[in-house]
Design a binder for this molecule. Structure first.
Ligand SMILES: [Zn+2]
Length: 595
């Protein structure tokens, strides 16, 4: 693929490199104090800026200054970018900067040639810089030859060995190099760079679309800028929104991932099946959906872990830096991390992993996805030991999900399982689907709690689902409508495309007898709350669920806004606030503020 934008916006100075401050700071210090090492290892996944950094280092060492009045005679941390040396290095034509791709020149002859020439003085510049890309691909013999050179390096030579797999480099080589680990860029960093490029190139693209590109750029800046390039070529002067981005990337909108996890949390198998039906209507790829859902679950898993260790500031700092958590979605991830007990989270990950394997083995993808989601949302239909344990636990705790319950031993479980199954059949029949809840309003009582109250961490947050089995509904009509929201949406879609388009992305919650729809933009807010749409939606809700809650429309709070206090009863700071604080302390000098 043509990467013209990527080349055009390749960073040209240390200051332009985003997200690798620990590397560029150390290198600049070395240049300033004339303490540049003979050999560096730049380790990190692709697209993190290793080659860009190497070329900037080369320019810093060899820059001669922009004009006759500003001659530079020794290495500088601010190479001019316009002298012959700087331009030649940028264009990969400099005689003293030798770029080698070890993936294609991996043999001993290539390294021998390097060894023969390495002793010659630089042609024009002060230093010869060898940039060896994917150095781990070298053969054993070539590594040995390289080692001899590194053991007695000529004074005017600097090696930069770049690699995506540092563990494959022999220890004898590593011990002679100064090593830098390039971080995966954060979503925020990538989004920042994309916005700047879009502004310079007059590409009309909104912020949610930029965030989606950044979120799915698994190859870092290179992938992200490549996607932007592709989109701008494809759509020309037309505005680009997240819908186009998701289509082009073939990935799943984060909204859908949050939605299906909410459905699992609310133990709502009927909605899970309707959800898969919607995926089918959109032509979504099921393997892609499972892939993206697993990625979402990994983030929830990490946030749970982060929450557990957050008392230790040093650990928190390291984690927030390195865990690749999508900071733009942190508040919402934290909410699901609190609502989905760790044990159920792991079970869902296992179920989806199994579905992936079965699909690769040739079984029907849709059926596998449906089975995994229904099992996760509805442990009663699953007879695995995990599911039985889950049912036992819920019975003991009076249906309130408990994350931290001590694991039951296999023996206890085996002994208890039949009794549990019988008890479950008597006391808590299979919960009716939400649509049925609305229509028939069952009166079965929930089993009485038989154990101590769950620990505080496990108490459902304020907007948690109602009691697990749907046999009790403290939030009344609005709560029922929320649970049947998928049906409402489906009805809306068949009745009014206009209404459906404006409410499909709404986040819905019950607030007493009111149904609150949080809309992502003031445009959709205006349309959704128009008298016509309000009346139509009320009628659809009444017909679908038999309820007529008051409707309230409001603008969705920016989930990434760290200053806005959440309404949850958390003592002290939220996770997002703690991480924002930590980031500010560590990064304040290098990065612009999040806003
Ligand atoms: Zn220069």
């Amino acid at each position: 693929m043509e990467l013209s934008l990527y080349r055009k916006y390749r960073p040209q100075t240390f200051a332009e490199i985003v997200g690798q401050d620990h590397v560029s700071r150390t290198l600049q210090n070395a240049v300033r104090s004339d303490a540049v090492a003979h050999a560096y290892v730049f380790a990190g996944s692709r697209g993190t800026g290793k080659t860009s950094m190497a070329k900037i280092l080369a320019k810093a060492l060899n820059c001669t200054g922009p004009d006759a009045e500003h001659v530079v005679t020794e290495p500088t941390v601010t190479p001019c970018g316009v002298c012959e040396s700087c331009r030649a290095i940028a264009a990969s034509t400099a005689l003293d900067v030798i770029e080698m791709d070890a993936a294609s020149n991996r043999g001993i002859d290539d390294i021998r040639e390097l060894r023969d020439k390495v002793g010659y003085a630089p042609v024009n510049g002060r230093y010869k810089v060898y940039i060896v890309d994917e150095v781990h691909m070298l053969t054993k013999e070539a590594f040995n030859a390289l080692l001899k050179t590194l053991e007695e390096p000529p004074p005017h030579v600097v090696f930069v060995l770049a690699t995506t797999e540092a563990h494959k480099i022999p220890a004898t080589i590593l011990s002679r190099c100064q090593r830098f680990d390039f971080r995966r860029p954060r979503v925020h960093d990538i989004a920042l760079v994309l916005s700047q490029i879009a502004a310079s190139e007059h590409i009309e693209i909104d912020d949610p679309a930029i965030l989606e590109i950044a979120r799915h750029a698994e190859g870092g800046f290179r992938d992200a800028i490549g996607t932007l390039d592709k989109l701008s070529t494809f759509f020309g002067a037309a505005a680009i929104s997240s819908r186009e981005v998701l289509d082009v990337l073939g990935v799943i909108a984060s909204e859908l991932l949050f939605e299906i996890i909410d459905i699992v949390i609310e133990r709502d198998p009927a909605s899970a099946l309707l959800f898969v039906q919607r995926l089918a209507e959109r032509g979504t790829s099921y393997p892609q959906f499972i892939h993206d859902l697993l990625r979402h679950l990994r983030q929830i898993f990490l946030v749970q872990y982060l929450d557990d260790v957050s008392d230790d500031p040093a650990t928190l700092l390291a984690l927030s830096q390195n865990l690749e958590i999508d900071e733009q979605l942190l508040d919402r991830l934290a909410r699901q991390a609190h609502q989905l007990p760790g044990r159920e989270l792991l079970r869902l990950i296992e179920l989806l992993g199994r579905a992936q394997t079965e699909i690769r083995g040739g079984l029907d993808p849709r059926l596998q996805l449906e089975m995994a989601l229904v099992r996760a949302a509805h442990p009663e239909v699953d007879h695995s030991p995990d599911a039985l344990e889950e049912r036992l636990r819920r019975l003991e705790s009076g249906s309130v999900p408990v994350a931290g319950a001590p694991p039951t031993s296999a023996a206890t479980l085996a002994a208890a399982a039949p009794a549990v199954a019988a008890a479950a059949a008597k006391v808590a029949p299979v919960p009716p689907a939400p649509a049925l809840v609305a229509a028939t309003a069952p009166t079965v009582a929930a089993p009485a709690p038989t154990t101590a109250a769950p620990s505080p961490r496990d108490e459902p947050p304020s907007e948690a689902p109602a009691a697990g089995d749907g046999t009790d509904e403290p939030t009344g009509g609005a709560g029922r409508v929320k649970r049947a929201w998928q049906l409402v949406l489906q009805q809306a879609e068949t009745q009014s495309v206009g209404l459906y388009a404006v409410i499909k992305d709404a986040r819905v919650r019950a607030d007493g007898e009111r149904l609150v729809l949080a809309l992502p933009s003031s445009l959709t807010l205006g349309k959704a709350s128009s008298p016509d749409n309000r009346e139509l939606l009320t009628a659809i809700i009444a017909r679908t669920t038999g309820d007529a809650p008051d409707l309230q429309f409001l603008l969705e709070q920016n989930p990434a806004e760290p200053a806005a206090p959440r309404s949850t009863p958390d003592a002290g700071l939220t996770i997002a606030q703690r991480i924002a604080l930590a980031k500010r302390e560590l990064d304040a000098s290098e990065l612009p503020d999040d806003d």
